[in-house]
Design a protein around this ligand. Sequence first.
Ligand code: HEC
Ligand code: HEC
Ligand code: HEC
Ligand code: HEC
Ligand code: HEC
Length: 387
Amino acid sequence: MKKTLIIIVLLAIVLLYASCKQMLIYDLGQTTAVGIPYQEIPQGLSSLKAETCGACHQAIYAEWRTTMHAAAYTDPFFQAYWRKDEYEWSCLTCHTPLENQLQQRIVQFKGGDFYQPQFTANSGFDPELQQEGITCAACHVRDGIIYGPYPADQLNAPHPVAFDDRFLSERLCLDCHEVPAKPFSFLQSGICGTGDEWKDGPYIKKGYRCQTCHMPEVTRPLVAGQTSRRNGRHLWRGGHSAEQVAKALTITAKRQEKTIKVSITNSGAGHNFPTGDPDREVFITARLMNKKGTVLQTKELHIRRIIIWKPIMIELSDNRIKPLETRTLSFKIPNWLSDQPLTVEVEGVYQILSERARKKLEAHYGLKDYPPIRYSFMRKTFHTDAL
Ligand code: HEC
Ligand code: HEC
Ligand code: HEC
Ligand code: HEC
Ligand code: HEC
């Protein structure tokens, strides 16, 4: 008995020490731990800014400007959480990945230890470029060359170009979209495990990459007036787009005598639904109604991860819908209603972050001018006489 108690106390001390030493919630790989080294402006161009690229690549620039990649630094939710995390250096290595954008200081690690950063002045810091978040150059420019999905000999470009197969592969995305948890945490998957969710699912075998759904194919010239080519639209829609979220689900209903079964299938997302940011939650509500529209019964599916963050990370549950997985909500129709015409209405609501988190961020961390944190993305009606 005494022995067990001593073991428990020792274990608690070790875990507490581990969590205090590593206040960061994640462990980062080589690429994302330090950001992308300083980049010079490629020959033939006047700056690294997206606007410079946009003077020629107008269609792609117009798309990029509407995305959360372009807003990854200015995003009010990022700014508030970053302030809450005391302007932690490592957040920027994904949200503004180029060293030119990072900040006044550059990070290096003492003895290669991620948890012992050391800082030196960053003479190449460009505050305007920082505002652009994940800008064109963050993905395309390395060592004076603009990399892309085509072999250089097929192009006639005013700047150096070269082929890189990462543009047609998930690897480009997963540097940032697979965020592993730090040691001493008890999560079923990474903090943001979109990459692993996709790898464990059916889409990898079907040949779907992240780009297949998030950069839909279109044929158009790279620069107005030139040869048309197969392009990937730079849209990257996700949880901030009701239209994209609606693509995740197929809802059907079936009647078997006195039971109505509503099926909710993740038929459109290549990963869990929802994915990524652990704040995301989804509510699916089905309402059984009579002819007058009075609600007789309500069933709800609340989809989310429940994680305790401190002092150590423990995931209590995760009921997100896996790719191609189906959940059901069922109604039993009472005898006295069995020959009446009934209606089932199904509504989906997506939540960017909880009301509790919103209040806290607004009161203490300057959250303001943000889009709605909860919105309805889908509404479908079934009539029982047609089922
Ligand atoms: C003065 C016009 C102009 C500017 C400015 C410009 N580009 Fe280009 N770019 C072109 C043209 C023209 C091509 C080749 C089109 C073709 O042959 O179909 C090209 C090709 C490309 C390719 C394809 C490379 C490959 O190998 O697949 C990428 C990617 C690219 N540009 C990105 C950028 C980025 C990023 C910037 C800004 C940092 C930029 N461009 C600035 C005109 C421009
Ligand atoms: C998050 C990374 C990322 C950012 C940011 C980004 N691109 Fe791309 N870009 C890609 C990928 C991936 C492809 C290949 C898409 C495909 O062909 O399916 C691509 C392809 C291209 C191409 C070749 C045409 C095509 O679609 O295949 C051009 C030109 C280009 N990008 C220009 C730009 C410009 C200009 C910007 C900024 C306004 C930009 N890119 C921002 C990832 C990015
Ligand atoms: C340099 C890091 C980085 C790379 C590379 C990257 N992303 Fe992102 N991505 C982010 C960050 C950071 C956000 C969140 C920005 C925010 O909401 O503040 C994001 C957001 C998104 C979103 C969600 C948009 C929304 O509405 O919430 C999608 C979808 C997405 N990325 C897809 C991709 C795909 C596909 C690729 C590969 C072609 C890719 N990303 C490459 C960092 C990256
Ligand atoms: C079969 C199509 C499909 C594939 C493949 C796919 N996605 Fe998605 N993705 C979606 C749909 C639909 C949504 C909106 C529903 C959701 O959030 O799950 C989405 C949402 C997202 C979001 C938004 C999450 C948020 O919090 O706002 C991110 C980030 C994302 N995907 C990244 C990726 C990455 C990275 C890959 C590749 C590993 C990928 N997706 C592969 C269809 C796809
Ligand atoms: C390894 C790359 C990476 C690092 C490091 C990182 N992020 Fe992110 N962040 C992402 C990606 C990718 C997304 C988009 C995921 C999604 O929407 O599913 C994101 C999304 C977010 C969002 C949601 C934005 C929205 O519009 O809802 C917030 C807030 C955020 N990050 C804050 C932070 C803070 C604060 C830090 C530092 C403690 C940080 N991030 C570090 C990659 C990263």
